[in-house]
Write a protein that binds this ligand. Structure first.
Ligand code: PEP
Ligand code: MG
Length: 326
């Protein structure tokens, strides 16, 4: 047990030049929301909603969902909570929504795509999120996982607009979304990069297979390039660079595991992301390492990582520039 455990104070991680980076939490329940609030997270960057749906034979009612979302929002009064709509399929099968016999479930009808055949599960969920948001003081944002075309974006955003849900955005989890981010962001309000899936799909390596862990590594320069491409695309769509609060236009966050790795977090900031979202216990260490660099330092280290030959060389180059990690 550490005698002086690090804590995160809230109010954003402060870089050496005074730049503030919003530090958000990943949660999967109201209980997690309570813990995230206790850890001083500046908001929630990823609220995974699967907990309500898994191990069920039938869809939860709109009323049950509304109550569950409201219970989580209650811990973040006045703060941002980004709710992700249901991410079923692949590693999260659901008897009433997904097909158990797909040959390649990670490449199948998963996440947002399940709404093509059964639209009501997603629209019921959006009704519940809208009702819970209306009854809450939290700033509720909504995004869909596994988006790969502008048609996907327009379809999802249309459903949100019909319910006056705003801001409405997308997860960038496919290389397709990353390389067309200018058009994707032109059609929605924000993006959040899911580096876990973005890595799996960029490297064509199943994230469930331990034997492919060296490929399922967000330090892979190809993955980092796509993070950079997403930020560049967002700026082309009118996004504000170097605006780190809730007020940035077309903001890009990262909510995959990469955001909770202190050295990678520096790279993500240097690539131009507007916020980081992670498991609450990572907040103190990430904030501490960010405080040791200026935004210019982060940009320089990000360039070194993106242009490295290998994942190991990218990591070594960045760690060499972060003496605080020694
Ligand atoms: C991701 O893919 O990075 C992500 C945050 O979503 P999940 O891990 O739930 O697929
Ligand atoms: Mg994902």
């Amino acid at each position: 047990l550490q005698e002086n455990p690090l804590t995160y104070e809230g109010g954003g991680a402060v870089l050496a030049d005074g730049t503030r980076m919003a530090m958000l939490a990943n949660i999967g329940s109201a209980k997690d929301a309570e813990k995230a609030a206790a850890a001083n997270a500046d908001g929630v960057g990823l609220f995974r909603t699967e907990f309500l749906f898994l191990d069920r034979e039938e869809e939860p009612t709109v009323e049950e969902q509304t109550a569950a979302y409201a219970a989580a929002f209650a811990h973040f009064s006045g703060k941002k909570v980004v709710v992700r709509t249901i991410d079923a399929g692949a590693d999260k099968p659901l008897p009433f929504l997904t097909d158990a016999d797909e040959p390649n479930p990670a490449l199948g009808v998963r996440a947002y795509r399940t709404s093509w055949a059964k639209r009501s599960v997603l629209t019921n969920q959006l009704d519940a999120i809208a009702a819970a948001a209306q009854a809450s003081d939290a700033k509720v944002w909504v995004m869909a996982p596994m988006i790969s075309t502008v048609e996907d974006v327009e379809d999802f955003i249309g459903m949100c607009r019909e319910r006056s849900i705003a801001p409405a955005g997308i997860m960038v989890e496919t290389p397709a979304a990353a390389v067309t981010a200018d058009r994707m962001l032109a059609a929605c309000d924000f993006a959040s990069i899911g580096t876990n899936d973005l890595t799996q799909y960029t490297m064509a390596a199943d994230r469930m297979l331990g034997s492919l862990a060296h490929l399922n590594n967000p330090w892979q320069p190809a993955v980092l390039s796509l993070v950079g491409a997403t930020c560049t695309g967002a700026r082309a769509a009118g996004g504000d660079p170097e605006a780190f609060g809730d007020t940035a236009n077309k903001p890009v966050g990262v909510c995959g595991e990469a955001a909770g790795d202190p050295a990678l977090a520096v790279v993500l900031v240097g690539l131009g992301v507007n916020s980081l979202s992670m498991t609450p216990r990572s907040l103190p260490a990430v904030a501490k390492v960010l405080s040791s660099v200026s935004l210019e330092d982060a940009k320089r280290l990000a360039q070194a990582a993106v242009s490295a030959r290998t994942a190991d060389e990218a990591k070594d180059a960045v760690r060499a520039g972060l003496p605080i990690l020694e």
